[in-house]
Design a protein around this ligand. Structure first.
Ligand SMILES: N[C@@H](CCC(=O)N[C@@H](CS)C(=O)NCC(=O)O)C(=O)O
Length: 216
């Protein structure tokens, strides 16, 4: 029995849900009691972050660790390539997403409410984000996904991040041009059969989140 502490708006939760779907695993979603970071939730998951997986009484946080755990628990379809160098690359790309790209998207969250917007920050962060996507394109040319034709651990986090990027660009109007190879990757990834429904649900959750922020 798999339980995932998660919320519809969580990007790292969405990353994990895509993997669970691709593996064909059934799971139960639970909202963290009193919200993430709450004392009640920290008693279950000391870091207070979502997602967290509970499997037969074993609790595991950190989306990359959860991804590797599930990939070993349910080996088919394999979500790490066979050659050792490609496996290393898949892990590096997932970390690149989590540590170099996602934090720059998250940095915009405080800018969503119109009263809090800072035009200089919005433009500077967009330039940095664009640079990071160019670095991604230099590290790897997707063909058509990051490690080839099969969805891998490297891809799952990028889907919610592309949704966040669309949402923020629409709201904040910053200029950011993705390299052609990453634009093509985005289209292929978001249309993937294991991704598209989670992607659509995530876009809806983001729209609701943004509308609430703007109204507040
Ligand atoms: N490195 C963590 C990051 C997870 C994360 O930051 N999740 C957000 C929600 S999308 C969260 O729990 N934030 C609450 C907090 O940072 O206290 C992972 O990969 O699971």
């Amino acid at each position: 029995m798999l339980v995932l502490y998660d919320l519809a708006i969580s990007s790292y939760g969405c990353k994990t849900r895509i993997l669970l779907r691709h593996k064909g695993l059934e799971w139960t979603s639970l909202a963290p009691p009193d919200g993430y970071g709450s004392p009640a939730y920290c008693k279950i998951v000391p870091s207070g972050t979502i997602p967290a997986l509970v499997h037969d009484g074993f609790t595991l946080g950190e989306s990359d660790a959860i991804a590797e755990y599930l990939n070993e628990l349910a080996p088919e379809p394999a979500m790490l390539p066979e050659p050792i160098k490609e496996r290393g690359m898949a892990r590096a790309l997932s970390r690149f997403h989590d540590t170099r790209i996602e934090p720059l998207l998250r940095a915009y969250f405080g800018q969503v409410a119109p009263a809090n917007r800072n035009a200089d920050f919005i433009a500077e962060n967009a330039a940095l984000l664009e640079r990071r996507f160019h670095q991604l394109a230099e590290i790897r040319t997707p063909s058509p996904l990051l490690t080839g034709t099969n969805l891998s651990l490297a891809d799952c986090g990028f889907a919610p991040s592309f949704a966040i990027l669309n949402c923020l660009q629409g709201l904040l109007g910053f200029d950011l041009t993705l390299p052609a190879s990453i634009k093509a990757y985005k289209a292929t990834l978001c249309a993937h059969p294991s991704v598209r429904d989670e992607y659509a649900a995530y876009v809806k959750a983001l729209d609701e989140w943004a509308a609430a922020k703007i109204a507040s």
